[in-house]
Design a protein around this ligand. Sequence first.
Ligand SMILES: Nc1ncnc2c1ncn2[C@@H]1O[C@H](COP(=O)(O)OP(=O)(O)O)[C@@H](O)[C@H]1O
Ligand SMILES: [Mg+2]
Length: 267
Amino acid sequence: MRKHAGASASLVVEDTTKAPRSERMRRGLSRRLLQAQEVEREHVALELHDHITQALCSILIRLEIMTGNLPAQATESREEAAVISGLVEEAAENVERISSRLRPSVLGILGLIPALRGAITGFVKRTGLDLKLACGRLHGRVTAEAELALFRILEEALQNVERHAHARHVTVQLEQTGAFMQLTIRDDGVGFETKRGPARGKVRGAFGLLGLEERATSVGGSVRIKSAPLAGTQIVVRIPLVKAPEPVNAGRAGSALQLPFPPAHSR
Ligand SMILES: Nc1ncnc2c1ncn2[C@@H]1O[C@H](COP(=O)(O)OP(=O)(O)O)[C@@H](O)[C@H]1O
Ligand SMILES: [Mg+2]
């Protein structure tokens, strides 16, 4: 990591059960909005998959049949059909990519770490940046909702690195600290002045960091954003672990999920 210059500022958003009633109501509403957004995303993802992908596949099959029926000397038409076929395939791949970003199904099927890995792999492919993922030894669990929150937070944080940071190195760390699951995303990019950050209402139209905070607080967690010009950015998210122990091999159907953590490692 580049040596960070100067003192860095930070902003902290803590969830507290002693928050005033209006604040608790706002958080409740925000949580329901986030849940509704996820339901809508899932709906759109399924629509895309069921209708658009299916339709594109039908087009491909019919195109193939049509090409097979073309006379041998119709080389131009065959070439054109091959071009169309390539375009349709590309469109189908794009639809699947959009669909899987809308609905991180891998999260529900495989769990948090493979889902985080998937997001990271996509980021590395797009940006070519050096990204290290480190997972500590984790024994606790967080709720399914909290897993989704962590996943969406990572997505937003990586998108910010891609858009704004001009970083060379990025580190993502998932670890257990006491009764919390902690996700840290650190970059050595240009950083920014957090006092002027969106949480202070001075950056118009910047909902990413605010959304990130909403995500964390909606599942009882907190976020600390530490950044300063030319000093990189660090985002630390802490989500409380589920308290009640669950039977081993409880499966992934419940709201509290067993996280299949491998030993400490890095990519
Ligand atoms: N990792 C980062 N490195 C540098 N600047 C950042 C980073 N993350 C956020 N910022 C700054 O904070 C601003 C607000 O971020 P955000 O709320 O996500 O909105 P948006 O990404 O839509 O601009 C960004 O416009 C950018 O100036
Ligand atoms: Mg953003």
